[in-house]
Design a binder for this molecule. Structure first.
Ligand code: UD1
Ligand code: MG
Length: 456
């Protein structure tokens, strides 16, 4: 039977105290509801029905995707009402999983277990035991130990409030069951809402069995209502990722001080120092060392590369054995061939450095192709922008660019050529030539310095 997922995300999230709808707040760089949608995708859901309300336009703009069907709940009349809004879009006969846009860490494995429970005679309910069940719906069981109903905190008797098994809200049913039960809900309760939880009682009465499943970890079913809870789940998520990295052969200087906001793929014997942030898709090959406080976004790092502290790399390719930083900024389109070096206070953009080429200090290298083993001295600037258009610079293999030179693009420096320090090079330089543009040095021997005037 095909699988559909309904994600409830219409609530306001007042306690976030934010102009941003709650489900768009980010965890590990991704909107909360984006995590839930991705988990639905991992389960191979055929369709994702996202029930939106507060900030609907913004939620739709952010989470738009081919497999997402947005359903607007104009008024938030309760979880049962929210699910009911999606019912007209459900398939005739499918399994339906109900998830929440503000419960981001629910795991695929737990949900698979829950979905195994679904049939025409049975439904699945995810419950959890809490030492402090305050605020949650309590699970009622009959003499045989079977789940028979859920009673909300506000409707519960003193005796029922002692129950520690609570409703996570996550459940799995068939579309047929939903179509049968939802029209029977009423809002005759303490909150005047249509409770989704009342379907449990209806199921029990018609002898549909309610099979309960528990999550492996507490944080899987924890929701985000304020920024403290958001921070706590962020840490839980990062801790899990850090543990996976360590088990995969990465040494972390401090597993509490790494943030992975995307996909980080690593080989053996990678070392990551404190305070690093990884975004997008980053690959670190064997033996890579990353110094403290580096930011890497969409970067491929080849074997044995050393990136020293405070370096920022985005959309780059490092082939291997490179040395980068400290304080290097590698902007999009930077490609370092094997053994190339980029040192401190160097900015590169759309720059190709051939094997063993070096830019060690204080330079800007943009729209530039550098041949192998070229050496670019401190303070070299490629003047790639004439105020209107960008132009490219070519530096031949083995060329030597003296310190504090300006290379005015478009310009070509030949292989093995030398540029004298302090030159402004606006015309091409032939292979193996020396080019220098420098005012002659003036010298006046025994020159008396001006003396300070004295006033009587
Ligand atoms: C719900 C459950 C409760 C469970 C708890 C777990 C019901 C009636 N109660 O209570 O048994 O222990 O979750 O956290 O289901 N939403 C909508 N539209 C609405 C109402 C809610 O989209 O009209 C969304 C909210 O944005 C939220 C989620 O559904 O993400 C849960 O709603 P909420 O009102 O917070 O339910 P609880 O009272 O927490
Ligand atoms: Mg809630």
């Amino acid at each position: 039977m095909s699988l559909e997922v309904i994600i409830l995300a219409a609530g306001q999230g007042t306690r976030m105290r934010s102009a941003l709808p709650k489900v768009l707040h980010r965890l590990a760089g991704k909107p909360l509801a984006g995590h839930v949608a991705d988990t639905a995708r991992a389960l191979a859901a055929e369709k994702i029905h996202l029930v939106i309300g507060h900030g609907a336009d913004q939620v739709r703009d952010t989470l738009m995707a081919d497999d997402v069907d947005f359903v607007v709940q104009e008024e938030q009349l309760g979880t049962g009402h929210a699910v009911d809004q999606a019912v007209p879009s459900l398939m005739e006969d499918s399994r339906v999983l109900i998830l929440y846009g503000d419960v981001p860490l629910i795991r695929k494995e737990t949900l698979e277990q829950l979905l195994e429970q679904v049939s025409d005679q049975q439904m699945g309910l995810l419950t959890v035991d809490l030492s402090d069940p305050q605020g949650y719906g309590r699970i009622l069981r009959d003499e045989a130990g079977e789940v028979s109903a859920i009673v909300e905190q506000k409707d519960a008797s003193a005796e029922q409030l002692l129950i520690t098994e609570v409703n996570t809200g996550i459940l799995a049913v068939t579309s047929k069951q939903l179509r049968r039960w939802l029209p029977q809900l009423s809002n005759d309760n303490a909150q005047g809402e249509y409770y989704l939880t009342d379907i449990i009682d209806l199921a029990y009465r018609e002898k549909t069995r309610i099979a309960s499943v528990q999550p492996a970890r507490r944080e899987e079913v924890e929701g985000v209502n304020n920024r403290l809870q958001l921070a706590a789940l962020e840490r839980a998520f990062q801790t899990n990722q850090a543990q996976e990295l360590m088990l995969a052969g990465v040494t972390l200087a401090d597993p509490d001080r790494i943030d992975v906001r995307g996909e980080l793929n690593t080989a053996r014997d990678v070392f990551i120092d404190v305070g690093c942030v990884f975004e997008g898709r980053v690959e670190l090959a064997e033996g890579v060392e990353i110094g403290p406080y580096c930011v890497l976004k969409n970067v491929r790092v080849g074997p044995d590369v050393k990136i020293a502290s405070h370096s920022v790399l985005e959309d780059c390719d490092l082939d291997g054995n490179n040395q980068v930083g400290p304080f290097a900024r590698l902007r999009p389109g930077t490609h370092l061939e094997n053994l190339a070096k980029v040192g401190n206070f160097v900015e590169t953009k759309k720059a190709h450095l051939g094997q063993g080429a070096k830019v060690n200090h204080l330079s800007y290298i943009g729209d530039t192709w550098v041949g192998e083993h070229a050496n670019i001295g401190a303070g070299t600037i490629t003047c790639n922008y004439d105020g209107v258009n960008k132009h490219t610079t070519q530096i031949g293999a083995g060329a030597f660019i003296g310190s504090n030179s300006s290379l005015v693009a478009p310009v070509h420096i030949g292989a093995g050529a030398t540029v004298g320090a302090g030159s402004t090079i606006a015309r091409d330089v032939a292979d193996h030539a020396l080019a220098v543009t420098r005012a002659k040095q003036l010298q006046k021997n025994n020159w008396p310095r001006p003396a300070k005037k004295t006033t009587e």
